[in-house]
Design a protein around this ligand. Structure first.
Ligand code: ATP
Ligand code: FE
Length: 337
């Protein structure tokens, strides 16, 4: 089975070709234009997708050494995401499926962040069911009980900002360019995480909240900068390490609770923030500390990519779970809805 997958939910245009569970190509065009605005500008994102989509798909096919006539189906991200961005991928996928007279398969982006673990890769082992998925990305923070490929239950999620936003907004306060998450990670590796203390939010159950942390960081920085204008520059490593440490503590506390509640000790992470070196380390340590079995995706499958859409496409193809041509993009699209 050859699946062509298309992802255009936010600011990355991506296309991938899979042969069954194996990735043959995974091309990602990242949009640089948003950097100067300090965040994703939806209108500019959809225009850039429009420009990128044809070359990106061509590249994915030629890298995979596959002719479009060999394709078995087209999988695409239906949502959640930015409507204008989703429409580009959705329309393109529909047209190509009609043109080639092959099935169309819609994919939920958040489900794909989880099922990315099932892409066959030498360096990755797939989790067995049931497992807990911690999806941490630019728009979501969820703990999901995964009973089967398409039997997922959200146990908890953020009530306000997502973890990725917590990273990016903290970075913005420190004057770092967008997206600041990877930069906070980079500086954190050189700093002492115990230097500064930030208050952790108190949220019931398995839900999260990150907006208070961001405000706490803002007030702290403003206060210190008044005393010493060079405070940020002089302490950037320790500040980033302390922020990252706090965020990881929040995530690990909830994971511990989820394990206790469910008795499930297999933990898989997914989404852009799972590229974070501190989180990867904390999870590996939890294997020794708490006897968890953890699953950490390759960097390539953490941030937005079409290969994760392709694996869901393949799993649905096997169940002949196809999508009608009158499908529309869905900006808000909860797993299982
Ligand atoms: P969603 O998947 O919820 O629709 P999205 O697709 O925009 O959101 P992703 O591409 O999955 O989000 O993740 C992007 C986020 O990951 C950004 O907030 C970015 O700062 C963050 N991120 C990427 N790498 C790192 C890192 N090493 N450390 C911390 N954050 C990171
Ligand atoms: Fe994503």
């Amino acid at each position: 089975i050859f699946i062509l997958a298309i992802e255009s939910s936010c600011d990355d245009t991506s296309a991938a070709v899979l042969c069954n569970k194996k990735k043959l190509s995974n091309v990602v065009a990242t949009q640089k234009i948003h950097e100067e605005y300090g965040g994703v500008v939806p209108e500019l994102a959809s225009r850039a997708h429009q420009q990128n989509i044809v070359p990106v798909v061509h590249q994915a096919l030629s890298k995979a050494n596959i002719d479009k006539k060999q394709l078995s189906a087209i999988a695409f991200t239906r949502g959640p995401g930015l409507m204008g961005s989703l429409l580009v991928g959705t329309s393109f996928a529909k047209s190509l499926a009609i043109g080639l007279n092959i099935p169309l398969i819609e994919v939920n982006h958040m489900q794909a962040h989880i099922l990315a673990h099932f892409i066959e890769e030498e360096s990755m082992t797939a989790p067995t069911f049931p497992f807990l998925a911690l999806t941490i990305s630019g728009g979501h923070t969820q703990i999901v009980l995964v009973r089967d490929y398409f039997d997922m239950e959200i146990l908890g999620e953020t009530l306000d900002d997502a973890v990725g936003e917590a990273f990016d907004k903290s970075a913005k306060i420190l004057g770092l360019p967008y997206p600041g998450g990877p930069l906070v990670d980079k500086y954190a590796q050189l700093g002492n995480p115990k230097t500064f203390q930030f208050t952790k939010p108190r949220v019931d159950g398995l839900n999260f909240s990150f907006s208070g942390l961001k405000t706490g960081i803002l007030y702290f920085i403003q206060k210190e900068v008044k005393k010493n204008p060079d405070f940020v520059a002089e302490n950037i490593n320790d500040i980033c390490a302390s922020i990252q440490y706090t965020i990881i503590q929040i995530l690990m506390d909830k994971l511990k609770k989820a394990v206790k509640d469910t008795g499930v000790k297999r933990i898989a992470i997914g989404g852009g923030v799972s590229a974070n070196s501190g989180i990867r380390k904390a999870l590996k340590e939890a294997e020794h500390l708490h006897g968890w079995i953890t699953f950490i995706p390759k960097f390539e499958y953490c941030t937005d990519n079409a290969a994760m859409i392709g694996i869901v496409g393949y799993l649905k193809y096997k169940e002949a779970h196809f999508t009608k041509q009158d499908v529309t993009a869905k900006a808000r699209y909860v797993i299982g809805s």
